[in-house]
Structures are given as C-alpha cells and as structure tokens.
Design a protein around this ligand. Structure first.
Ligand code: CP
Length: 314
C-alpha cells in the first residue's frame, strides 16, 4: 500500500479489519517492525482521537512519530501552484511538503474542507497537493471529503457487534448542529458501508443530500422513523448542505435520536465518531446507554491506524 486515503476494495477492507482485530488482541506483536522509521503527523485542524490513536498505533509498531500542528505552529501555507505570494501565506506547499517528505518515511495529514470552495474541496485539493509534493506514502487523517481511518475503525466496530448478521441494516442519520460541519465522516461511512456490502439507508431532512459519488447504492429517505425501523446499527452525524454548499439550512431539533425513535429497532446499536455535542446532536439518554458504541469506536481507532501503518511498512 502506498497511500491510504479512501476505501479501496472489499478484499483490502476485509484484510485491514482482520489485521486491526488481530492487533486489538495483541497490540505489540510487531513491536520492532517499524524500528528506524519515522511518521510525520501533520494537522491543519484540531484533533483528539486521530492524533493520539495514530501516535499510539505508531508506537505499538516501533515507529517514531512527530506531530506538527501546522495550523498553529508553522508557516501559513500557499496551496495554489504559480501563486504570487504577496499576501498572508509564507511558505508554498511545494516547498513544505518536499521538506517533510525528506524528513519522514511517511506522512499523515489532516486537512478539512473550506466549505466555501466546492470545486477544490470536492477534488480533495489540499490532500492531493501534499501527495504530489511529499513523494512518500501519505495517510489521510481526515481530508475535505473523506475520513478513512474513522471509517475503518467503524467497520471494525460493526464487525465486533454483528451478531451473526452477514448483511446488517445500517442507518446513517443526520443530526442537528449549530455549525457548518464537513461531509467527510458521512461520505466515508457511506463509502465503506456500501463497499463492505451492508444494507445502507441514509436519512436526512430535505436539502441535505450528500455527494452521489459516496451514496450511490444506498436507500435515501427524508423519513427518519421509517429509516430506523429494524436497524442493526444507527450512525448519527451532522453535515452541512452539499448542494447549497456549506450552508446550514435549518437546525432541526426533531431529528435528534431518542430511545422512543428506536422502539421499532430494539437491537440497534448507536454510533458516532466523536466529538459530539451532547443533547444537540445526540442525547445523553442514548450516549450513556448500552446501545452506544462510541467509546468502542474511539478505542478501535488505535487498531485501525495500526493496521494501515503496518500495511504501509510491510
Ligand atoms: N473522530 C475524530 O476524528 O476525532 P478527532 O477529530 O478528535 O480526531
């Protein structure tokens, strides 16, 4: 594997899930495999889980990791090729990525979307600029349009809770939020769920359709109650509008998930990538209940990252 930026194919996903579960049972099995290798963790945006879980994953493999919070601690980057840099940007991505590529054996990048430039965001422009100029393997720590390490951890978590159902009903349901939130987690969760062969339903209010590149093959509805019926897994996530790009069309509190809404899906487990705004996106009642898999998902981030790093250095 050279880069890890998206769902590749079902076989690769199955192998990564299996490897992640193996690392969960024996995290230090290949404790020396990465000895002498160095991973640069480059953050253009904040993080708790992604940052710490990937550092632990690297440590479990003997890989040295160095974090650079580029948004706070480094130079303001120019991303456009050919730019006249006479405004606020100080260093070109062409130079910065090439330098980082010479310092590290692999890079991991977090670069959120602008939510204002739909063309660049949809093309994953910043991530691609890093890949273009770093010239070493790159792992996405959440890009403008995808969060593949989160989705791999989510697939591991589903695998652990399948209860012998080869094709579970998985529901991705929109949740209220007061801020314009990226589409990456929702896109990726749809991409991986469909790629793994799950029966995916996506429920959202009108105006919140996701990019069809990620949702083709899913059942899409505005009827949340119908979507939730007989669900095995309910993934709760907010995202801003895609067609009216980056807009909050409404903060529709009736879309918050409650126990009452899950009456017709008694076995349903509830997932969220975290961080979550309690009682806005998801209620205490659900988050603190036995249905909630959120802590298991967050814990599995370690083994998802470890499986990916292991694949890159093997
Ligand atoms: N779920 C997730 O990516 O969490 P962080 O933003 O804290 O890394």
């Amino acid at each position: 594997m050279k880069h890890f930026t998206q769902f590749d194919d079902k076989n690769m996903a199955a192998a990564l899930i299996e490897q992640a579960l193996a690392f969960k049972s024996n995290p230090r099995k290949y404790a020396d495999l990465g000895r002498g290798k160095r991973l640069g963790l480059i953050f253009l945006n904040p993080s708790l889980r992604t940052r710490v879980s990937t550092q632990i994953a690297a440590s479990n493999l003997g890989i040295e990791s160095i974090v650079l919070n580029m948004d706070k601690e480094s130079w303001a980057l120019e991303m456009q090729d050919g730019a006249l840099m006479n405004k606020h940007t100080v260093e070109h991505i062409k130079d910065a990525a090439a330098v980082l590529g010479s310092y590290f054996d692999m890079l991991a990048i977090r670069a959120f979307p602008s939510l204002t430039n739909k063309t660049e965001d949809s093309d994953d422009f910043i991530l691609k600029q890093f890949i273009k100029y770093a010239n070493i393997p790159v792992v996405s720590l959440e890009s403008a349009i995808r969060h593949p390490l989160q989705s791999l951890a989510d697939m591991v978590t589903i695998q652990e809770n399948l209860r012998n159902k080869p094709r579970p009903k998985v529901v991705l349901t929109w949740a209220p939020h007061i801020k314009a939130i990226p589409h990456a987690v929702a896109n990726s969760f749809a991409e991986w769920s469909l790629g793994c062969g799950y029966d995916l339903t996506i429920a959202h209010p009108e105006g919140y359709d996701l990019d069809e590149r990620f949702t083709a093959g899913a059942t899409i509805t505005h009827d949340q109650d119908e979507a939730l019926r007989d669900a095995d897994f309910v993934y709760v996530k907010n995202w801003s509008a895609f067609h009216e790009y980056g807009k909050i069309i409404h903060v529709d509190q009736p879309w918050i998930l409650t126990e009452k809404k899950l009456e017709k899906s008694p076995e349903a487990k509830v997932m969220h990538c975290l961080p979550v705004r309690r009682n806005l996106e998801l209620s205490d009642e659900i988050l603190d209940s036995p249905r909630s898999l959120v802590q298991q998902q967050a814990h599995n981030r370690i083994y998802a990252a470890q499986a990916v790093l292991h694949r890159i250095i093997s």
